[in-house]
Design a protein. Structure first.
Length: 70
């Protein structure tokens, strides 16, 4: 992502938006998929994925507001 950020801020935003949309679309497509080998449904991973996205957003907010102000 540093490449796109150095290239152009709009390129960074567009690529990040497209990657996020593709990830969410993939999650929605496979939401009810069942993995028989491990006896597990894909929607059980949803909370972990939301937690990971939340941690990324918190890290980015930290970088924007706290790290640059020091």
């Amino acid at each position: 992502m540093a490449y796109f950020l150095d290239l152009n801020p709009w390129a960074f935003i567009i690529v990040k938006y497209i990657l996020t949309c593709m990830s969410v679309t993939t999650l929605l497509i496979f939401h009810n998929y069942y993995y028989p080998k491990i006896n597990f449904y894909a929607h059980n991973f949803f909370l972990y994925i939301v937690g990971a996205f939340t941690m990324v957003v918190l890290w980015e907010l930290y970088l924007v507001f706290l790290w640059h102000s020091a």
